[in-house]
Design a protein around this ligand. Structure first.
Ligand code: KG4
Ligand code: ZN
Length: 325
């Protein structure tokens, strides 16, 4: 019914990445404002609400604490129940969301995605997570693989930082990659041929750094072309490993539906390449861009199913920085 997002990008951009302490403080300042605005935009009051859903894990512990303690406060004051939701499960559920007027909140990346339903393979790619999961229902999700070091979005942000491009790096690198020559530089495809469904992005980032140290031109015009070509090579390498593993997982799990979710699912190159998996018999979707990045609608959407299944959070709940899907 409403989906209000308070962006912290301006607060963190000077540092080229999220500063946990600043993030927590901004959450304290914004959370009541955001809750009020979400109720107002949905034209409901707290009395109309049956239950609250809150992200309890995984994430930056300070930020999680602000959400969990705020919800506990509302629960104590209102007597309403609440459900703790797993953040990455929320992303994985996001292709099932619908707006209150009945519009689906997803974009078809291949034809024939209009009968979209469970079960599907989820590729969750964001600044904090890179996982492949089998999604059978709102409650049955199984992790098949994850990153062993940096997340995909983190790699985008770090590459942008070392090229001096600004924060968050994902959209900037995405834009430049579209104009670059993807064939000029050869970058590694880490773990693509390994016999598992895990990822690694730190080696790719190091390969980019070494190329910059070795070959970055002094001349401004040449440097501009160098950066575009390097962004194109980095983007192609990351897409190749993400979709290479996703295609293999779909095959081994016997799944023909694939959803890309999380902030990096906004990536134009990734969306286009995912669409081309149609030739392998894959039906693919992504949430509309507003629901790819972190948002509360996906937490409410999945929380609804948990609530309907009888799940209830207790007031002694502690958030956890990490927890498997
Ligand atoms: O899901 P999200 O909003 O927050 C986390 O849970 O991390 O994802 C943010 C991440 C950032 O690393 C950002 O650079 C990346 O998503 N991102 C992109 C694009 N848009 C956002 N990465 C690649 N291409 C994009 N177009
Ligand atoms: Zn996220």
């Amino acid at each position: 019914m409403s989906n209000v997002v308070a962006s912290q990008i301006d607060l963190h951009s000077a540092y080229g990445g999220v500063v946990p302490e600043i993030a927590s403080r901004a959450h304290v300042e914004q959370i009541i404002v955001v809750i009020r605005q979400a109720l107002a935009e949905a034209t409901v009051s707290l009395d109309d609400i049956d239950a609250l859903a809150v992200t309890a894990t995984p994430g930056l512990i300070g930020a999680l604490l602000v959400g969990v303690e705020t919800v506990k406060g509302i629960v104590i004051a209102s007597g309403k129940p609440f459900v703790p939701v797993h953040h990455v499960r929320g992303h994985l559920y996001s292709p099932m969301l619908e707006w209150a007027d009945g519009r689906t909140a997803r974009v078809d990346l291949t034809d024939a995605a209009d009968d979209w339903d469970f079960p599907y393979l989820g590729l969750a790619v964001s600044g904090g997570h890179t996982s492949l999961a089998r999604v059978d229902s709102p409650s049955e999700m199984k992790q098949l693989g994850e990153t062993r070091d940096d997340a995909a979005g983190e790699a985008y942000d770090k590459v942008a930082k070392l090229l001096g491009l600004g924060y968050p790096g994902g959209p900037i690198v995405d834009g430049l990659a579209g104009e670059g020559d993807v064939k000029r530089f050869e970058l590694p495809r880490p773990m693509l041929s390994a016999a598992n469904l895990d990822f690694s992005f730190s080696g790719l980032k190091t390969a980019v750094r070494q190329l910059v140290e070795r070959e970055e031109p002094d001349n401004d015009a040449e440097r501009e072309v160098f950066i575009r070509d390097l962004c194109a090579a980095f983007q192609q390498a990351s897409i190749d490993v993400l979709l290479g593993k996703a295609a293999r997982a779909a095959k081994s799990e016997g799944l023909s539906r694939l959803a890309i979710v999380g902030g990096v699912a906004c990536n134009r190159g990734l969306r286009a390449a995912t669409g081309r998996l149609a030739s392998d018999g894959i039906v693919a979707v992504a949430p509309e861009p507003a629901l790819c990045g972190d948002n509360a609608a996906m937490i409410a959407g999945l929380g609804y199913h948990q609530y309907a299944a009888g799940e209830r959070g207790e007031l002694d709940l502690n958030p956890r920085a990490s927890k498997r899907i």
